[in-house]
Design a protein around this ligand. Structure first.
Ligand code: SAH
Length: 206
């Protein structure tokens, strides 16, 4: 079977579903996703599925990356915090849109590989730090957008605090059955919308 191309991913898996944000489509059309998957899986980079990148980590299915970025409405100049750097691909999508990205990853080995992949792909607006995402990254807060790419059982309070006014937090919440959730800050109020069932690796205790 021939492997899928970047154009097929865009046409069938993104535009063919409910992804319509031009910033997201254009960014994912520009990025070489094969730089972010382990060498032996490079030919599967554009398949409509998640791929393993380590013992407790996967690069999300392209559609899910697109959906989260669209829900977050990432725009040029935004300050973005990502929790769970993994491969670095989601961070690259935000950086390609023109956001300044801080990303925190628990596993030092993955953080190192993500830094290398991001440098190879030419994204120098991404700062990858090793740390526990439950605490966020207070030094660079507040953020316009926070994307969590592993599932906590409950929304970590530190992330709510680090969200700017009118900022958006996109996070899969739950254990076995997770729900992709969007939380929008309105000063001291938080509006919560539950979007769709999803399956992420757990956000591990740091
Ligand atoms: N966004 C990634 C997908 C990451 S998979 C991508 O685009 O490829 C989830 C990642 O969360 C894994 O790399 C895992 O090591 C990391 N992770 C799990 N628990 C964490 C925690 N408490 N803090 C930071 N990262 C964590």
């Amino acid at each position: 079977m021939r492997s899928r191309t970047r154009q097929q991913m865009i046409d069938e898996d993104l535009l063919g579903r409910d992804i319509h944000d031009r910033y997201v489509i254009d960014a994912m059309g520009r990025i070489d996703r094969s730089l972010f998957v382990p060498g032996p899986l490079a030919s599967e980079a554009y398949e409509d599925q998640a791929l393993p990148i380590g013992p407790d980590a996967t690069i999300s299915q392209p559609y899910i990356v697109a959906l989260m970025t669209q829900l977050a409405r990432v725009r040029p100049g935004f300050r973005v915090l990502e929790v769970g750097t993994g491969s670095g691909y989601q961070a690259a999508v935000c950086a390609d849109i023109g956001a300044r990205v801080h990303s925190v990853e628990l596993d030092p080995d993955l953080a190192r590989r993500a830094r290398e992949a991001l440098a190879r792909a030419g994204y120098d607006q991404v700062y990858v730090q090793v740390g526990d995402g439950y605490a966020g990254l207070p030094d660079h807060a507040p953020y316009d957008v926070i994307l969590v790419t592993a599932a906590p059982l409950e929304v970590p309070p530190a992330l709510l605090e680090q969200l700017d006014d009118e900022g958006r937090l996109v996070v899969p919440v739950g254990g076995l059955h997770q729900v992709l959730t969007v939380i929008t800050r309105d000063q001291d109020d938080y509006e919560t919308r539950r979007i769709a069932p999803v399956a992420f690796v757990p956000l591990r205790p740091g």
